[in-house]
Design a protein around this ligand. Structure first.
Ligand code: ADP
Ligand code: MG
Length: 348
C-alpha cells in the first residue's frame, strides 16, 4: 500500500545552474518513516516542498494515497494535500500561546470551539507537553518548541508528515531524545513520514527506509541495514558508514594495498584491476606485530570501544574501533586484517 509515489520528478530553478531534483522515483508505504540523507544543497528541502505543494515539478508525477497531486500541468494546492510540516527553525507564532499555536492548523478544518480545544489538548499530551498550553514560545526550551511544532503539524491528522531537519538546532542530548520520541509518536499515530537530515546516525535511528541523495539524484533507497551493509556507491558508503578507503591493485582474489593484502569475497563487475578497498572502522582488526605495516598514532577512549588512529607508510590515516579490553599503546606497530565478507571494493 503506497502512500507516497514519485515518478521521474525533476525540478530546475530558473536562476540555478543545475537541476535541484533529477528524475526522482520513489515509493513509500503507508505507516513507514523515510529518512532523506544527503549533504547540504543536494535537493532534500526542494523534494519535501514539492511533495507538500510549495514547488511544482517540471516533469514527473507526485501521488499521495493513490491520487495524483502534482505534475507539470496539474497541481493540488498545499492546503488540500493533508500534509503536515515541521521545519528546522521553530516557526511558531511568538505572540500566540502553545495552545493557540497548536489550534492554528485545526481552525481551518474544525469549526466547533469545544472540539478544537479537545484536539489541541490531545496533541499537546501526545508530544509530552501537558500543562504547558498557556506558555508562550519564548518561555520554552528549543526542544519544547520543536514539540509544539510537531503537535501543531499532527493535530489536523495529516496523511503524511514532512520533517525538514527538525532537530538540527538542538543540543546533541535533546536531539537524540527527541528523535526517539518522534519515532514513537509517528508509530503510535500510524503516521507516514519523511524526515530530512544530514546526520547519518539520526537517519539510521529514526527510519524504516533511508534515501541517500546526491546532487539532485536519489542515489540509493534501502533499509537502514541495507544502506549500511550494502552501499551501492562510494558516496553512499562514505556518507552512511565510518569507513577507511585504501587504494588497491587486484591480484586474483586478493587486493594489494600499502598495508597488506586483503581478500574480498564479492566484487562488483564494474570494478577493474584497481579500485578502492572500503573497510568500516569496526571491521578493521589490528594485532600488535613488530613487523606490522601501520603504526598507532593516537587512541581515543569512547567508553564501549577504543578508536585508534593508525598511520600507513605513505602517511594516510586509518581508523579502527576495537573493544577496550585490547588496548594498544601509541607508537605500537600493528598488522591489519579484515574478514573477506566485510570488505567492499569500489571502482576508482
Ligand atoms: P538541501 O535542502 O538538500 O540543502 P535544497 O533543496 O535547499 O537543498 O537546494 C537544492 C539546490 O537548489 C541548491 O543548489 C539550491 O541552491 C537550489 N535552490 C533551492 N531553492 C531555490 C530557489 N528558490 N531558487 C533557486 N535555487 C534554489
Ligand atoms: Mg534543506
Amino acid at each position: 500500500d503506497k502512500l507516497v509515489q514519485l515518478e521521474g520528478v525533476s525540478k530546475q530553478f530558473s536562476k540555478a545552474q543545475t537541476a535541484a531534483l533529477k528524475n526522482i522515483t520513489l515509493n513509500l508505504e503507508r505507516g513507514k518513516i523515510l529518512a532523506l540523507l544527503g549533504p547540504s544543497g543536494c535537493g532534500k528541502t526542494t523534494l519535501l516542498r514539492s511533495i507538500a505543494g510549495f514547488e511544482q515539478p517540471d516533469s514527473g508525477t507526485i501521488s499521495l494515497a493513490d491520487k495524483p497531486v502534482a505534475s507539470p500541468n496539474f497541481y493540488v494546492p498545499p492546503e488540500q494535500r493533508r500534509v503536515g510540516m515541521v521545519f528546522q527553525e521553530f516557526a511558531l507564532f511568538p505572540h500566540l500561546t502553545v495552545g493557540e499555536n497548536v489550534a492554528f492548523g485545526l481552525k481551518q478544518k474544525v469549526k466547533q470551539p469545544a472540539l478544537i480545544k479537545a484536539e489541541v489538548l490531545d496533541a499537546i499530551a501526545l508530544v509530552g507537553l501537558e500543562g504547558l498550553q498557556n506558555r508562550y514560545p519564548h518561555e520554552l526550551s528549543g526542544g519544547q518548541r520543536q514539540r509544539v511544532a510537531l503537535a501543531r503539524a499532527l493535530a489536523p491528522r495529516p496523511v503524511l508528515m514532512l520533517l525538514d531537519e527538525p532537530l538540527s538546532n538542538l543540543d546533541l542530548q535533546v536531539r537524540i531524545y527527541l528523535r526517539n520520541e518522534i519515532r514513537k509518536i509517528l508509530k503510535a499515530t500510524e503516521t507516514t513520514a519523511i524526515f530530512v537530515t544530514h546526520d547519518r546516525e539520526e537517519a539510521l535511528a529514526i527510519s524504516d527506509v533511508v534515501g541517500v541523495m546526491r546532487d539532485g539524484h536519489l542515489e540509493q533507497l534501502d533499509t537502514p541495514e541495507g544502506v549500511y551493509q550494502e552501499p551501492t556507491s562510494r558516496f553512499v558508503a562514505q556518507f552512511v558508514t565510518q569507513a577507511n578507503f585504501l587504494w588497491a591493485k587486484r591480484n586474483g582474489k586478493l587486493w594489494e594495498t600499502e598495508v597488506g593484502c586483503f581478500e574480498a569475497s564479492t566484487v562488483s563487475n564494474l570494478v577493474g584491476e584497481t579500485g578502492e578497498v572500503m573497510i568500516r572502522e569496526e571491521d578493521l582488526a589490528i594485532e600488535p606485530n613488530d613487523s606490522g605495516t601501520a603504526t598507532v598514532r593516537d587512541r581515543q577512549f569512547l567508553g564501549r570501544e577504543n578508536r585508534y588512529c593508525l598511520l600507513t607508510p605513505s602517511g594516510q590515516e586509518l581508523h579502527a574501533r576495537t573493544p577496550v579490553s585490547a588496548s594498544l599503546p601509541v607508537g605500537a606497530r600493528v598488522q591489519l586484517s579484515v574478514m573477506p565478507e566485510r570488505l567492499k571494493i569500489f571502482s576508482n
